[in-house]
Design a binder for this molecule. Structure first.
Ligand code: SF4
Length: 133
């Protein structure tokens, strides 16, 4: 069992949190005593931050709605469909028909890449994320 220091991703406070790892699974969380922001404290979201990682309802493969039902598809099919539809919508709406909502469960680097994609490829500033609050 080992503990890994990381940053809580649920909001912009950036509390320091240790994750318990045991045999390849994250099984608990506790606050960093010396962290300059959180100083040995976490809110209820931080104490439970590990629960989504191995949650059985977490999506593990791409799904595409076919005949009204979400159907597992390959990454190639999902990405091709998504790129085609985003391009169509962007071009039909003069860059104003799309908006992007990012996730606090992404890393800072992933969120940075998403805002670059939104502005440079989708050509809109319609992007937001809950952790900016
Ligand atoms: S959600 Fe709670 S524990 Fe996580 S960074 Fe925000 S205040 Fe800290």
């Amino acid at each position: 069992m080992k503990d890994v220091l990381t940053t809580c991703v649920y909001c912009g406070c950036g509390c320091g949190v240790y994750l318990h790892e045991d045999q390849g699974r994250i099984c608990g969380a506790f606050p960093s005593r010396n962290h300059p922001v959180s100083r040995n404290n976490l809110c209820v979201k931080g104490w439970n931050i590990h629960e989504f990682i191995h949650h059985p309802a977490r999506l593990t493969e791409p799904l595409l709605r076919k005949a009204g039902h979400l159907t597992p598809v390959s990454w190639d099919e999902a990405l091709t469909y998504t790129a085609t539809r985003l391009t169509e919508i962007r071009d039909q709406t003069a860059n104003q028909g799309l908006g992007v909502l990012s996730s606090a469960k992404c890393t800072n680097e992933e969120n940075y890449l998403l805002q670059k994609f939104t502005r440079a490829v989708l050509k809109t500033n319609n992007i937001d994320q809950c952790a900016r609050l």
